[in-house]
Design a binder for this molecule. Structure first.
Ligand SMILES: Cc1cc2nc3c(=O)[nH]c(=O)nc-3n(C[C@H](O)[C@H](O)[C@H](O)COP(=O)(O)OP(=O)(O)OC[C@H]3O[C@@H](n4cnc5c(N)ncnc54)[C@H](O)[C@@H]3O)c2cc1C
Ligand code: SF4
Length: 338
């Protein structure tokens, strides 16, 4: 049985107290929410903070406010189960509720939070192993070693951004509020992730993710498709988020793409779980914008996504098959929005 290492556990009640603790303790401290990612990592000695600071008693982080007409603010400690069941999220942002519903298992969704999901550690077959397993291969670049077993000539870690909600947040244009003792800042989800399996976030370790800001839900639709081995509880090995906004050829916005005089005003396609950061396929988006949302343009966009996807051999399934599936899952995500 794997055991947690010893650590100090702190339970601040206010954001100011939480960021002061992490500021005082420094790099040896880490925040925890549901712990469904951090605690297994600690058991495997991938992350070994000496002080763990819970964010679950910060009341500001446990709230959802607003609605689709004005935009929604979701506290970082809201659990995935609450995300799935929240009336305004189900009604105005159904893509978020449905993507959250695909994450892990009901029990883990009761513990796991939206903030923890957006800050998930990157994953790799050579890294998500116990300490003895990793020691037997002399570890790897991401933790304790000096070689990447996936790309041995590479000085970069290719561990995969494996959150289901990240591609959705990038596609719909969410923003994140970060707080530290130095103040607070807002950052776009699209600029928040680095293409580096070790240094995978633009967040400093002393910054607390306070809440997630969703744009008003008028005039656009979004979908998410997830590839995994077992529908019951596997991480994605490919996730495709698509976002479409229509307008009439005369420039007026409309909410569906069924009319013959309607064109795509804006489009986003974001691939998850195939690289250290979500991959926005701008070339595919450009093929859709200004065009009718028909089979010809959807197939052309899916083909571009297929050509841009470069999954590596570090998750479940053969990488070439995952690449092939990019075309199929992009088609499915776009067809859902017609
Ligand atoms: C068996 C299993 C299956 C899983 N399947 C999936 C899946 O299919 N899809 C998926 O996306 N995930 C999956 N997960 C991962 C995980 O359960 C979820 O991503 C969950 O949402 C993580 O949230 P958490 O609150 O438990 O995060 P935690 O473990 O508490 O934290 C995760 C990271 O975020 C940091 N953190 C948390 N909150 C804050 C904050 N407010 N400010 C700053 N830092 C913070 C922590 O320091 C840590 O680095 C799975 C996990 C397991 C064990
Ligand atoms: S991609 Fe390479 S360096 Fe990164 S976790 Fe996997 S084996 Fe380690």
């Amino acid at each position: 049985m794997m055991r947690l290492p010893k650590f100090d556990y702190r339970t601040p009640r206010t954001i100011a107290e939480a960021v002061k603790i992490i500021g005082d303790v420094g790099p040896d401290a880490q925040f925890v929410a549901g712990g469904t990612d951090l605690y297994p990592n600690m058991k495997r000695r991938q992350q070994t903070p000496g002080t763990v600071i819970s964010v679950m008693r910060l009341s500001e982080l446990n709230q959802v406010s607003g609605d689709g007409s004005q935009g929604l603010v979701i506290g970082a400690s809201v659990t995935l189960t609450d995300i799935c069941q929240h009336e305004a999220i189900k009604r105005d942002y159904p893509v978020i509720a449905s993507a959250a519903r695909t994450i892990s298992t009901p029990l883990l969704r009761n513990m796991g939070t939206i903030g923890g999901n957006l800050l998930l550690d990157t994953r790799c077959n050579y890294y998500d192993q116990n300490y003895e397993w990793r020691k037997a291969i002399n570890f790897c670049l991401k933790k304790d070693g000096d070689v990447c077993w996936v790309a041995p000539g590479s000085s970069k870690c290719w561990a995969v951004q494996s959150s289901d909600l990240v591609p959705v947040m990038v596609a719909i244009g969410a923003k994140f509020r970060l707080v530290s003792t130095l103040g607070e800042r807002m950052i776009d989800a699209s600029g928040f992730y680095n293409d580096d399996g070790i240094d995978y976030l633009k967040k400093r370790p002393d910054e607390l993710l306070a809440d997630i800001h969703l744009p008003p839900a008028n005039g656009w639709r979004a979908s998410y498709q997830k590839l995994r081995r077992r529908a019951a509880f596997d991480f994605p090995v490919l996730g495709v988020a698509a976002y479409i906004r229509y307008e009439k050829a005369n420039g007026h916005e409309v909410s569906t793409g069924s009319g013959s005089d309607q064109v795509v005003a804006d489009a986003k396609i974001v691939l998850g779980a195939i690289a250290p950061s979500p991959l926005q396929v701008k070339e595919a988006e450009q093929l859709l914008i200004g065009q009718p949302f028909d089979a010809e343009h959807i197939h052309a966009a899916a083909e571009v996504c297929y050509s841009k996807a470069r999954p590596l051999d570090n998750t479940d399934f053969v990488m070439n098959w995952r690449k092939q599936m990019t075309r199929e899952y992009t088609l499915r995500a776009l067809k859902e929005l017609r």
